[in-house]
Ligand binder design. Structure first.
Ligand code: ISC
Length: 382
């Protein structure tokens, strides 16, 4: 195992990413992991975590990187997947910088899954199910399949994501079976640095506008929206409730208005001090996941409704992407604004929180805006 200290900027690392590597990068810090010293694959994140000390010792790698799927409940078929890499490069910088952009070929076919009309029907069904089944919130997603005449240039997509989303976390992770998950997420599930934990739940959205005055008004409308504050509060309550037993102090600040290039969001910052230093970043991420930002409340009933209403398996969309080291420190991002790439095709995912006051058309438009993160990286407007 080598940990490179050669000077590099986060932009250099994003530019050096190659298909098969693991990347977690903002314009100010980045981690690039390459090669495979060992892997661990398990549907139970707790078992993955318990296996880690032995894997660290056996492989000599002091860090594990990887993904958790959306569905981590008993009986799920999509496993969490960790890689103990051979090489890890890290970079941080006071000056934000991004790798250059590359022009990409256009897809030969674009297929929404389901069709927009069917998503509208699913949102209506979800709103009814909320009261019938006593749910406070459920997150419903749709997908967009892009087919190309040639292999998708994964590394170029990743560089374009980093170029277009410098304030957010661009990620790429190899999945079991050789596919690649790529995305640029604004949402931090959990980081642990020594005794300090940090979570930045996001929920409540409003598509942005190219017109500055309209854009500003949209942000203000989100900040004033009772429906979005409710959607957001459900997530913060869950994060706080789950972190509280692990932390001796917990500080909650927010919600505040934040933005990606495509969307306004409500975001809250939760910080805490760990009681027990043996609890790792992966343990905490597994305890929090799936938050109501990607699933709903109560979790099990919301997950059942997601399975009933979405015509696809989410796999790693709305999962978690990150790393944990032998000391227990680590960072796990929420796996949204992403696509799964398999050779000549890619599936984009976008979801939104549904509460009793949700309007189906607004929800459809919100998912269209969320697709823009990946579409912009592909140089597409659809
Ligand atoms: C589930 C997604 O976004 C979540 C994160 C931020 C805002 C959200 C919302 O307003 O619905 C979602 O909870 C997604 O982008 O696919």
């Amino acid at each position: 195992m080598t940990t490179s200290t050669a000077p590099a900027t986060p932009a250099d690392l994003a530019a050096r990413y190659e298909r098969g590597d693991f990347l977690l990068a903002t314009a100010r810090h980045a981690l690039l992991a390459s090669g495979v010293a060992a892997t661990a694959t398990d549907t139970d994140p707790a078992r993955l975590s318990r296996a880690l000390p032995g894997l660290f010792t056996g492989s000599g790698a002091p860090i594990a990187v990887g993904v958790l799927p959306f569905d981590t409940s008993e009986g799920t078929s999509t496993p969490g997947h960790l890689v103990l890499p051979r090489t890890v490069r890290r970079a941080s910088s006071d000056r934000a910088a991004v790798p250059p952009r590359t022009a990409l070929v256009r897809p030969v076919q674009v297929t929404p899954v389901p069709e927009p009309e069917a998503h509208l029907a699913a949102v209506r069904a979800a709103v009814s199910a909320l009261s019938d089944r006593d749910l406070r919130k459920v997150v419903l997603a749709r997908a967009l399949d892009l087919d190309f005449a040639e292999a998708v240039p994964v590394a170029d997509v990743v560089r374009n994501l980093a170029n277009g989303n410098p304030r957010h976390t661009t990620y790429a992770a190899r999945l079991p079976g050789g596919r690649t998950l790529v995305g640029a997420t604004p949402e931090l599930l959990l980081s642990r640095t020594g005794g300090s934990v940090l979570s930045r739940p996001h929920a409540g959205s409003m598509p942005r506008s190219a017109d500055p005055a309209i854009d500003k008004a949209k942000g203000e409308a989100l900040l004033a929206s009772e429906k979005d504050h409710l959607e957001h509060a459900v997530v913060v309550e869950s994060v706080v409730e789950i972190l509280r037993p692990f932390c001796r102090v917990l500080d909650v600040r927010g919600p505040e208005l934040v933005s990606t290039p495509a969307i306004w969001h409500l975001s809250t910052t939760v910080t805490g001090e760990l009681v027990d230093q043996d609890v790792t970043a992966l343990d905490l991420a597994a305890a929090l996941h799936p938050t109501p930002a990607v699933c709903g409340t109560p979790t099990a009933a919301a997950r059942s409704l997601v399975r009933e209403l979405e015509p696809f398996d989410r796999a790693y969309y709305a999962g978690a992407v990150g790393w944990v080291d032998a000391a227990g420190d680590g960072e796990w991002a929420v796996g949204i604004r992403c696509a799964e790439i398999a050779d000549t095709s890619m599936r984009l995912y976008a979801g939104g929180g549904i509460v009793p006051a949700s309007d189906p058309r607004t929800e459809l438009d919100e998912t269209s805006a969320k697709f823009r993160t990946l579409l912009a990286a592909m140089g597409l407007e659809i």
